[in-house]
Design a protein around this ligand. Structure first.
Ligand code: SF4
Ligand code: SF4
Length: 198
């Protein structure tokens, strides 16, 4: 049979030499490696007391954005769920009723919107697919939980706060190219969002 790699070794049941049977050279060899690493700069840190700076493009917990008037942007079109390679997003759409214009920007909205954080691979495709600039990945870490159910995040954890001071600014995370693309008149996803960038 042809080997899949050039690094493969054929195992042979050969007798150990006297040096190998002593084990001491092998133990000393192992100890010397440990000693060498002992004096090298440590690559580990004392987490959680110490933390590392995240990359500016770190993709963490999602946020469902509100528009400048506080209404939810999401129109429950389902494009994010279709784009999601991990099938982590589920939603239930509902029709907006009269008098709810301040709550939901579009005539249809997500009555239920859930992301299973255990399935999510934080690829950001949901963000790219969204035609309403409603979903973004932030630099917030997904908090841990004791049970699997706790990782299914609903609107209570995803929709950003109504309070303007507590809104999550995602504009700094948009690359120049993406920001430019969104202002292109032919491809502009969302006129309201585009205006807010200016
Ligand atoms: S980041 Fe990727 S895997 Fe996670 S919900 Fe969005 S599309 Fe799915
Ligand atoms: S987050 Fe965007 S893509 Fe997903 S359902 Fe809402 S509007 Fe559609």
């Amino acid at each position: 049979m042809q080997a899949l790699t050039t690094r493969s070794k054929v195992a042979v049941n050969k007798k150990m030499t006297f040096k190998e049977r002593l084990y001491i050279p092998a133990i000393l060899g192992g100890l010397s490696i440990t000693l060498r690493h002992f004096f090298k700069k440590k690559v580990t840190i004392q987490y959680p007391e110490q933390t590392r700076e995240f990359a500016p493009v770190y993709r963490g917990h999602h946020v469902l954005k509100r528009d400048e008037n506080g209404a939810e942007r999401c129109t429950a079109c389902g494009l994010c769920a279709v784009a999601c390679p991990a099938e982590a997003i589920t939603m239930v759409a509902a029709e907006r009723k009269k008098g709810e214009e301040a709550l939901y920007r579009e005539e249809k909205y997500a009555a239920v919107y859930e992301i299973n954080m255990l399935r999510c691979i934080f690829c950001g495709l949901c963000e790219e697919a969204c035609p309403k600039e409603a979903i973004f990945l932030t630099d917030e870490m997904v908090l841990t939980d004791y049970g699997r159910k706790g990782f299914v995040h609903g609107k209570d954890k995803l929709v950003e706060p109504m309070d303007k001071d507590k809104r999550i600014d995602v504009s700094k995370r948009q690359t120049k190219e993406v920001a430019e693309f969104k202002t292109h008149p032919e491809f502009a996803h969302n006129q309201l969002y585009t205006k807010s960038l200016k």
